[in-house]
Design a protein around this ligand. Structure first.
Ligand code: PLP
Length: 276
């Protein structure tokens, strides 16, 4: 292993390996069919931020996929990987489990564009996800709320945003209800109220970042709500953020081409409450 690696790879049932080691077989359904689940976590100064929440969600995702998941084994794998990451400050960690089965923890530096996005805010476009807001009700085979490896649509949406000169996407249901971003959750403020779309029948992923933000914001005197909203509600909000574990909350500075005034006071409070 290099003295100061820019990636760390810890493989389930194997341990630390050179980060260039191939770990997926060609016949792994996780690779051939996106049949598996993952987590994206923030490493900060040698520890994993809200690790329990990530292990909880991966337990739920694996259960939805009917994949075995040994929480203690995964916690040990995470500890092994993080102990081998030599850099202070922030990094990104992926936990990935396939039907193969293959499982690994993979730590890398933060994507280079995060500093700019955090500083400058996000230009966001809305895109139709093509299903109604209750499409996932009573349909467990749609895997609503599970963080599966099938993210090709999410990545295509992100490329569509880039093509249109935007930084991120907000999916909207076919019946006009605000859902989520391809890799993040939307939260907005109106006065001292924070709002986010409800999970459940919409199939959107429950966010660990939003949950922590809500706990801390409620303790700090904010009213926190889960609602069904339309894009117009976001145009009328004081501040809208896309939140996720590694990127943190980033305020939306433009929505569908319409500029949004920035509110550095509110923004700073929300970022701080979310742990950023
Ligand atoms: N929604 C989707 C589709 C995501 O991929 C993510 C990121 O993991 C989130 C929401 C936000 O979740 P979290 O805050 O737990 O990272």
């Amino acid at each position: 292993m290099e003295a100061s690696p820019d990636a760390v790879l810890a493989v389930l049932k194997v341990g630390l390996v050179d980060p260039r080691t191939p770990v997926i077989r060609a016949d792994d359904p996780g690779l051939t069919r996106g049949d598996g689940c993952f987590e994206g976590c923030r490493v900060i100064d040698g520890r994993v931020d809200k690790l329990d929440a990530h292990l909880d969600r991966m337990t739920r995702s694996a259960a939805a996929l009917e994949l075995p998941f040994d929480r203690d084994e995964w916690r040990a794998l995470v500890e092994l990987a993080v102990a081998a990451w030599p850099h202070p400050g922030e990094a990104a960690m992926k936990l990935l489990l396939t039907r193969g089965p293959a499982g690994f923890a993979w730590i890398t530096p933060l994507p280079s564009e995060y500093a700019r996005l955090r500083r400058d805010g996000l230009r966001v476009i809305t895109l139709d996800r093509g299903t109604t807001a209750d499409a996932f009700a009573d349909a467990p085979w749609l895997l609503g709320g599970a963080k599966t490896l099938s993210y090709a649509v999410n990545m295509a949406a992100a490329r569509e945003a880039a093509r249109r000169g935007a930084d991120d996407v907000l999916f909207v249901s076919a019946d006009g209800v605000v859902l989520e971003a391809p890799t993040g959750t939307v939260v907005w403020s109106v006065g001292r109220i924070l709002r986010t779309p409800a999970t459940g029948p919409s199939g959107i992923l429950g966010s660990t970042t939003q949950r922590r933000l809500y706990e801390r914001a409620a303790a700090a005197g904010w009213t926190v709500e889960e609602v069904a909203a339309r894009v117009d509600d976001l145009h009328e909000a004081d501040v809208t953020w896309i939140v996720s574990s590694v990127r943190g909350p980033i305020d939306v500075i433009e929505l569908d081409g319409k500029q949004r005034p920035r509110r550095p006071d509110v923004d700073a409070e929300i970022r701080r409450l979310a742990g950023f």
